[in-house]
Ligand binder design. Sequence first.
Ligand SMILES: Cc1ncc(COP(=O)(O)O)c(C=O)c1O
Length: 431
Amino acid sequence: MAYLDYTGSGLYPESLPARHAALLAERVLGNPHSQHAPSLASSAVLEEARAAMLRFVDADPAAYTVIFTPNATGAIRHVGESFPFAVDSAYVLSADNHNSVNGIREFARRAGASVLVLPLDDGMRLDDPEHQLDAAAARAGRGPRLFAYPAQSNFSGVKHPLALVERAHALGFDVLLDAAAFVPTSPLSLRQVPADFVPMSLYKIFGYPTGLGALVARREALARFRRPWFAGGTVDFVSVQNELHRFRRGPEAFEDGTPDFLGIAGVAPGVEFMESLGMERLGAHVHDMVGELLAAMTALRHANGSPLVRVYGPASTEARGGTVAFNVLAADGRPVHFGEVETRAREAGVAVRGGCFCNPGAGERALGWDAAAAARCYHAVEDAFTLDRFGDCMGAGVAVGAARASVGMATNPDDIRRLIAVLATFAAGAR
Ligand SMILES: Cc1ncc(COP(=O)(O)O)c(C=O)c1O
């Protein structure tokens, strides 16, 4: 198997489930909401895991805290749900964002806030973001402002400028820096990049356990959140007769119900594993592997000399991570349906992903959709929507999705050769 879907999920080293199993066999861990020994042991495990996560993103424990969630989406949802959006608020986000960040616009809209999207340029980078951000700030009302963008695109692999965090702060924004696609292969220092809300999925970083994400949050910004409800585990005091409730101080106020305390016992070992690899070293490996992948993809040609592959986003390794979105092109330049690429890859034991990867803004830009045509086609097939019907309406020259290959810690040159061999079968006359 050539596994090339690291942006979908990391692969775990054998050592992590083995360490976890040994720990569970040795210790008795109980529901952390009590005072007996197994419960206190779980509380200690939780605190150890929070400390490990803070270390992982080089965050000052006095300034930041860690909220455990089911995944990055759960972390992002906290921000959407509890950010104090008001009628004079602004939610500014990059066009390149995961749907879980796009979805915050529904919370913003419901509160009457304005929503502004920063566009991408032809290279899939933010188009003059400093100027765009200044302009968005000038148009925004006086209410609480939130700016959200990904440190790395899960579509194109582009690394967006981390310096935008300070720029946005200076314009009065709190910043959600979506680190889900960035931190699995790049070091992040929240001492240097003081974003307010930093969501991530732990299975994308060290592969095991799944079912856990984290919101690393700046305490001062978090204190301004307004939770829409309370739940078991989040409160110090609730009165039914007086309809009162008082939230716990700290991250527990956001951890609804019983946390995944057995899974969380796997977090500190996961972080220790990443530390043993060294994030700089891992980043260098990913840089080398994606360089090989891009060079091999862009060298593929049809017999008539036309390119076999179109890469969306940077074809160099400059300011990009290990994720590559692409389509195979026919000899006449038309895109081959990504589903065919997925099928041939699967048959050859190569794991790549197809679609728009939950990042429609990047997809629309990469695939060059005309907004009016896309709206017309969506409404034309709305009642019986399938992507293929939508694609038929858009026309044969317009791709409605792409394939994505992403490299990570265990990728080797042979994995890349195997994908390239699959792509080469699309050359006219090769099959
Ligand atoms: C940049 C980015 N943000 C958010 C997410 C959502 O992660 P999850 O599905 O684990 O909640 C992903 C997942 O692919 C991602 O790549």
